[in-house]
Design a protein around this ligand. Sequence first.
Ligand code: RNT
Ligand code: ZN
Length: 414
Amino acid sequence: MTTVFEAAKYRYGKYGIDVEGALERLAKIPVSVHCWQGDDVVGFDGADSLSGGIQTTGNYPGRARNFQELKADIKEAFSYMPGTKRLNLHASYAILNGETVDRDAYEARHFAPWVAFAKEIGLQGIDFNPTLFSHPMLKDGLSLSSPDESVRAFWIAHCKACLKIAEYFADEMGTPCLVNIWIPDGFKDVPADRLGPRLRLKASLDEILKTEYNREKVIVAVESKVFGIGVESYTVGSNEFYQNYAAKNDICCLLDNGHYHPLEYVSDKIPALLAFYDKVALHVTRGVRWDSDHVVLFEDELKEIAREIVRNDATDKVMIGLDYFDASINRLSAWVTGQRAMQKALLYALLMPDAQMKRMQDEGDFTALMVLGEEVKTLPFGEIWKEYLHRQGLSEQYLPAILKYEKTILEARK
Ligand code: RNT
Ligand code: ZN
């Protein structure tokens, strides 16, 4: 008897597509899952509200309020996520246990419980983000670019501390740790000086990179942005600024697909950067009209991003991280839906007749290219996806289990 999966595989085979190979490759592509979907980006180090031009909306019950709760939610949500997973942490999730220590003095030991947890649930590694928002030292909305030297010094010290912590993560987990620097710095209205803040940011980054750290183990990235809420007119860390900074200082760019003008596509930026960089980092998100950080869905631009990673043989060069935070629906379900959408897009990309399509392009056969491109869109992708989940010990349905968790665990958090 031929199973539905085998029939689907046969149809892909007609196009020369190796389904078994795709399934094996997919299981190995790491996706770094952000911790901050679990608690609306609040963190544990005392910030009472989110600042820096980013916002979570919604008040679905059951937000994780502490390490124990967040750990429990991660454990539950991650158990429905297929593939190789990493944990993406923010520095504001330090476990301080009542100790009075500020972000400029965080140490590896403040994150040791996270390492133990990551090992316990079998994660491939940990990635890290200094937290330069939701903190009183953000003066007039500025951090590394502030005209106030003490403000800059505080945040430089924070980033330096983060590089050390990242090295600890890499040592403990046995895989490199990506440290992504994003700052909210900018101005609401037309600035009188656009260059000054950027020169200060450049000097601050230079200072941070003077830290001794192992470049094999710690990969530093800078994340640009076009604008944020309250800083609509000008962003210090713009795309041009960081791309040049990264190129000249041999660090890496992180592309967040919510951080560009709506008609600019990260799928097109990935191959542009791959021509120059060994590594490209991503924050995969879904912006609805602005950088709204909606849950990632299996949509056209996500597919195109995945295709650029896969067809350029860059699954070990592009570091995929997720970045969305929706507080209006069950947070665990949001987490799983977004992570699965990323995995789906990668599988979809792995099941494309890329070699044939590239050849058609090079031979100028754009008629055949268009026809083939349309044909493969209706191949029985769902059956392959289902088989992938099955081999991962998962099923398509995860919502009933999560709703049970909601009833027993989340609803008790009052
Ligand atoms: C903000 C950036 C940044 C944050 C996270 C929480 O616009 O995308 O990456 O979302 O660091
Ligand atoms: Zn981001």
